[in-house]
Design a protein around this ligand. Sequence first.
Ligand code: PLP
Length: 361
Amino acid sequence: MSDKLNISITKTAQSRLADIDFNNLPFGKTFSDHMFIADYSDGTWKDFRIVPYGEIGFSPAISALHYGQAFFEGIKAYKHADGNVSIFRPDKNAERFNLSAQRLCMPELPVDIFLKSLETLVDLDRDWVPSKANHSLYIRPFMFATDPFLGVTPSATYKYIVLTGPVGPYFSKNLKVKVETFYSRASDGGFGFAKAAGNYGGSMLPAMKATQEGFDQLIWTDSKEHAYVEELGAANIMFMMDGKLITPSTRDTILKGVTRDTVLTLAKGWNIPIEERRISVAEIIKGIKEGRITDAFGVGTAATIAHIAEIGHEGELYTLPDPAKRIFSNRVLDTLNELRYGRSADEHGWNFAVRSESSKD
Ligand SMILES: *Cc1c(COP(=O)(O)O)cnc(C)c1O
């Protein structure tokens, strides 16, 4: 069915590729030549099209701007040594896209349309996928409400857009993080599990305050007691304690990351004991003091692994083992790099091959 999806393609008259400095790619500032757009109205998705990247027009009354019916996804495509391009586990993002849509009273997008939009767009702009080590093409699918109506009610019309852009190696600094004990990212019954735009707007003030105190990131805790660890900034969080990989179990306040699932699956394959459960801040601090925590890191598409070097909690600073010497997280990083760049066997079928237009039919 997906191969029959009718996508009209308008190519750019003048590619910007030659103007891009691939040695200097700050995250999120460089966009490829084309973007994918689809419209939703009368209860159905329509007008699938790829057009040159650029500004789009809409009414200043659209409900996305006023009431936040907007969400997104973040995915990466990698270039292999043989020139092939693959997207990492986009089927998982397609699933989560629809979880976000449901929670925000927005229309779901059929998984095959989601995958086809990514494949067709990345294929057309395949020269934008960097071939340098640790570089990738970041893919940003998103949806927003477009009814020009100031009523607090679900919009009847929406736009689905996919942007892409080359990105360099994520700033893989070891993090000094603060356990947040006042603000909350998400609350019980809320929509922290959705990649809703509003979740990120609300996180900026607490993050900025932590930066002013000298921290790089926040460890979010539960909104009731601020006693249980939930996430690290916009990434999931994991610890290796007593030889066990522990991570907060998913719930409505926690975004169920694709990288989280990937790391847990690898760990299972390596026969590492795993515990998905509630983890208290007190338990972590005790574990650090007693030298039982050997690894602590955030997991997400942007960084893959972000090592935590120090944790601040209520005025005290706790130092963790040297990130360069950590066995588990560095093994995960190496394993994923081998896999995503096509240098090792894809046992789990995680690499979604981007077929080229010429090789189809
Ligand atoms: C995107 C995101 C993650 C990580 O999800 P991945 O699918 O691994 O990229 C974790 N937490 C939050 C809050 C996020 O927005």
